[in-house]
Unconditional design. Sequence first.
Length: 411
Amino acid sequence: MAIFDIRLPKSIAKALNLPQSDPRRQQLKVLKKLLKKARFTQFGQRYKFDEILFSRHVGKSFQKLVPTYNYSKIYEEWWYKTLEGTPDVCWPGVIKYFALSSGTSEAASKYLPITKDLIRANTITSTRQLLSLARYENIQRSAIGKGWLMLGGSTQLQKGPTYFAGDLSGIQQKNIPFWFMSLGLYKPGKKIAKEKDWSKKLNEIVESAPNWDIGFIVGVPAWLQLCMEKIIERYNLKTIHDIWPNLSFYVHGGVAMEPYKRGFEKLLSKPLTYIETYLASEGFLAYQNRQNAKGMHLALNNNIFFEFVPFDDANFDSDGNMIDEPETLMLHEIEENKDYAILISTNAGAWRYAIGDTVKLVDKEKSEVIITGRTKHFLSLVGEHLSVDNMNKAIEMVSEELNISIPEFTV
């Protein structure tokens, strides 16, 4: 039985049905595809992508010839050109969109390139995650065909000389595929999604809430919790299910859910199915693709090549900065239950790029990871390397033990 009837574009349907093979083979296929597409760019010419493609061991040659990058380094050497409208810098063509992310000491905001290829890849991974619900048991399948409330940044983007910039969620919602829009499921709708003022947007959602039949909510926990609290207060409800009885699924990411879960569930009259995503501004890296999974399945065959750097004193200094030539491993070379910083190469022109996150492989056979923190967000007074994941789990245990809600904390 189909989750719901929908005709996908042939190109999307073909991408969704790529045959599964072992992770190493999938990743090498992705790397070759990326190198082939970008070989005539300035970056590809500088680092001899043609030579890498014809080498006997493509992965090892790539690691040998191409340096690793953080944001400051790749922006100062390459990405600044794309903001000026220069084509074919790190990826073919002119970059139309840039996602604004939290800044560095050198810049107020990061400008991360978003290509049409990346937007399409994100859509494919999102659709794969949706289709994975077919394997879930004891869920309200009818809710999948109800409204999807996607709470994110404004789709009214800042206009630059040759580009548009804004929050990734705003860029992604501005480019929602026509086949999804045609279903009429997308909420809050184009008009409200354009609103830049967060308070006004929230108020408009609250006023529209009785007119919607929501089955899915998508967004950062703090934003959605505040939204539901306001709806409950406005209509004098006991729980959010009094107004949205079909609400059954929550797709979350961006921050850890554990500190919010207890307070979140007080707003519900029945449990939700939680579906975790790893959607960074640089790409849709991983997603939960099975019920009660320990981690998220890495998107191995969708235009992201992954590398992993052991998160230890040999590869990082005391401030969490990665050394210039770190030890880098492919997925098949890493071990379970060890912390690694993640490097990605993508179809947006990121090459061996350190996004700043640390992950842990929790199921090697299924290529599932959890996010354990940031390379610069950890405590290590005597070499213990206490991660954000460790802190979140401690707070969750205290919350359960004392029957209290601790949505935020500082150390």
